[in-house]
Ligand binder design. Structure first.
Ligand SMILES: Cc1ncc(C[n+]2csc(CCOP(=O)(O)OP(=O)(O)O)c2C)c(N)n1
Length: 479
């Protein structure tokens, strides 16, 4: 029988990695020969040795580095692609005792996140960025990265990268080195034991700078990726030393840690109470939604010309839903024009939490003009309802068989002396039909809420609302 003897565990890493499940408790998601695993180990050991494990926050972005939280035993925040330095800046500023470690690949850091990287470096944020340069987008299957070498074949440059089409490789350390603020900049390699020893020193140096609050540090690691280089681990390591290193020389670009003054511990102005106060200001006072599993989800699309009050109509509907203690979402879609272009928004009202504010097929469409009716009419479900302004079409027939009602919204609003309140007329029509199953009082409360800043408009809008509700009730009754 095979005997297993554990001589020791790397410090600062978890004992088991749940990523691959119970049958492979110590397997990582990484390929054999990849540099990422080595760097995780160097970071884990360093934070443990420096006694900063409890204060460290590793930022896991998108890419092969995404699963850092399975391995390194410290705090973690998963960030969107390229955004780690921005998230890290917030953490460093608000959690003054934190040690922020941003860990990013070349696609993440030098492509989508180039702006975040350079601005964080330029502001001298109190963080270290560990930058893994494997010359490809690895996780997504080996596409061109900003650091891909000239001539290097990738899935998106099958003939090899050319400067004419793809530009030259970006040198991140050199770019960061243009800035005045960074304290420490070094490029290392993870290709062999000798280089890894140097990388280990650089990891520790950068983390000591963080421990001592001395400012921004940037360390790049050239890293083999046998899977996407389509070769063995040793060949991938050779690629790093023989092909990547001439393009990206290993070098300590800067170390100003001896002169740097430690950042003072700033009093954090904004705490939980401030956040709660902000939320209180936005609190409508209505209270939280009350789950009502028997109340079905209703999806409403409201559309018209910009300036017709389509977005406000959506807001009023969403407020009406809030008043009735429904779960609500309001999701605007802005046309490029401020006035005169098309505009639409989507509102969902439900008795249960709403998964997404986006939908393709509404139950209810309110169209204030012809283009809106033409565009969104065919999307309405067969069981649905279409309310359109009588001026938008003569007699619209839904291709799916939804019920269609031409409401003289513009006319009703004008006859009440407020021609711009056609949106409120549509709100009245929805209330009159009771198609949303909301108590009428919630509509008037919602109107008052939406018009709170313009109290003079409230009585006129109430009139339009009442006229439209009466109009539909007379002709179509409650649905
Ligand atoms: C906003 C966004 N755009 C694109 C993606 C798809 N995506 C996932 S991983 C990845 C490439 C990451 O490459 P790199 O940062 O070089 O890391 P590596 O996998 O090479 O370690 C991309 C483009 C995404 N998840 N999110």
């Amino acid at each position: 029988m095979r005997e297993e003897r554990v001589l020791g565990y790397p410090k600062g890493l978890y004992r088991t990695f749940p990523r691959k499940g119970g049958s492979a408790p110590t397997a990582t998601h990484l390929c054999p020969g990849c540099g990422h695993g080595i760097l995780y180990k160097l970071i884990g050991e360093a934070i443990a040795d420096l006694g900063i494990q409890d204060r460290s926050v590793l930022l896991s972005p998108v890419g092969c580095a995404v699963f850092g939280y399975y391995y390194v035993d410290c705090g973690n925040v998963q960030t969107a692609h390229g955004r780690a330095p921005a998230v890290g800046a917030a953490i460093a500023r608000l959690a003054q005792n934190s040690i922020v470690i941003s860990y990013q690949g070349d696609g993440d850091l030098a492509s989508i996140g180039l702006g975040e990287t350079l601005h964080a470096a330029n502001r001298g944020e109190r963080m270290v960025i560990f930058f893994v340069n494997n010359a490809v987008y690895a996780m997504t299957g080996g596409q061109l990265a900003p650091t891909t070498l000239i001539g290097q074949r990738t899935t998106t440059t099958p003939e090899g990268r050319t400067a004419q089409v793809d530009g030259f490789p970006l040198h991140m350390c050199e770019l960061v080195d243009q800035l005045a603020t960074p304290v420490y900049i070094e490029r290392c390699s993870l290709a062999d034991a000798r280089r890894i020893r140097k990388a280990r020193t650089a990891v520790r140096k950068a983390l000591e700078i963080q421990r001592d609050r001395k400012g921004f540090a940037f360390v790049e690691f050239l890293s083999p990726c046998p899977t996407n280089m389509h070769c063995s681990s040793t060949e991938a390591a050779d690629f790093v030393t023989q092909q990547m290193e001439p393009e990206f020389p290993l070098k300590r670009f800067r170390d100003r840690s001896a002169e740097a003054t430690p950042a003072p511990v700033r009093e954090v102005k904004y705490g939980r109470e401030d956040l709660e106060a902000v939320l209180r200001d936005y609190d409508s006072g209505v209270g939280d939604p009350v789950p009502a599993p028997d109340v079905p989800e209703v999806r409403i699309r409201l559309a018209g010309f910009g300036g017709q009050g389509v977005l406000s109509l959506g807001t009023m509907l969403a407020h009406a839903g809030q008043m009735a203690r429904r779960f609500v979402t309001w999701y605007p879609s802005y046309g490029p024009e401020q006035r005169g272009g098309t505009s639409n928004c989507s509102v969902t009202l439900s008795g249960q939490p709403i998964g997404t504010p986006a939908f393709m097929h509404p139950d209810v469409l309110v169209a204030l003009n012809g283009p809106a009716l033409e565009k969104f009419g065919p999307e309405v479900l067969a069981s649905g309802l279409i309310l359109y302004d009588a001026k938008a079409a003569t007699a619209y027939v839904s291709p799916n068989g939804a019920k269609c009602i031409a409401v003289p919204a513009l006319e009703l609003a004008a006859s009440c002396g407020t021609p711009r309140a056609a949106n409120t007329a549509m709100l009245g029509a929805l209330a009159g039909l009771d198609s949303l199953r909301l108590p009428e009082s919630s509509f008037s409360e919602a109107m008052a809420m939406a018009l709170a800043g313009k109290p003079k408009l409230i009585p006129a809008n109430r009139d339009v609302f009442a006229a439209a509700a009466a109009w539909v009730r007379e002709r179509h009754g409650k649905r």
